[in-house]
Design a protein around this ligand. Structure first.
Ligand SMILES: [Mg+2]
Length: 227
């Protein structure tokens, strides 16, 4: 193993639920908390995986599901979208980082692995990673809006391998969406691991891992036992 590729959203960076809840509450006059939004995350991931269309539509389905589960009525969704668009222009919506992510990336880097990001995004993923203090760990960052192809198209994974100078069998991809991350990486001949929180019960037929720190433990110990 010479390289690890990472998805960005819900793998490296997460939605800032507190900021979103505060802004939408103020704009719509509907009381919302970070916990209200977090409660819909598993359903939102499923909506994102099954939504038709390009990443833009999938991302919209994800956000709409979060607010629907939190109790926002359908007729207020246009106002929610307008508020989120304004917030995202001010600062990237995906700006939260799990506590041990920087340390985990530093460990992988120190072990000599090359690290890359393969993200379906809007041209701003590099800026989001920089703002989150993560950009320094990556040798390459591929943003679908800039590459011109989206996961699960294997072309974006091949572009990452080429940029890193590694073969498919020398790389591993980790992401949170089976249909996007696992299906896409496998189509490029790359082994994939699905990141699943303890609350989720994956029914997908692939290797799963609970956290990036556990994945790093596994990779750096040489123990490749699948869960
Ligand atoms: Mg993701």
């Amino acid at each position: 193993m010479r390289a690890v590729l990472f998805d960005a959203g819900n793998t490296l960076v997460f939605l800032d639920y507190s900021r979103m809840a505060a802004a939408v509450s103020a704009a719509l006059g509907i009381p919302l908390t970070a916990e209200d939004l977090a409660a819909g995350s598993a359903e939102a991931s499923r909506a994102m995986e099954t939504a038709r269309g390009a990443d833009r539509e999938r991302a919209a389905a994800y956000l709409e599901t979060l607010f629907r589960v939190a109790g926002v009525p359908a007729e207020r969704m246009e106002a929610v979208r307008a508020c989120l668009t304004r917030l995202h222009l001010e600062r990237h919506l995906w700006s939260s980082v799990a506590g041990d992510t920087r340390e985990t990336l530093a460990r992988l880097k120190a072990a000599g692995l090359r690290l890359g990001v393969v993200s379906n995004s809007d041209g701003r993923v590099e800026a989001a990673l920089e703002a989150a203090g993560l950009l320094q760990y990556f040798d390459v960052v591929l943003d679908s809006a800039l590459v011109g192809v989206e996961k699960p198209d294997p072309a974006i994974f091949r572009a990452a391998l080429e940029a890193l100078g590694v073969r498919p069998d020398e790389a591993l991809h980790v992401g949170d969406l089976y249909e996007v991350d696992v299906v896409g990486a496998r189509a490029a001949g790359i082994e994939a691991v699905l990141l699943c929180s303890a609350a989720e019960s994956p029914d997908h037929r692939c290797r799963t891992i609970r956290s990036l720190a556990l994945l790093a433990d596994d990779l750096l110990s040489g123990d490749r036992a699948a869960s």
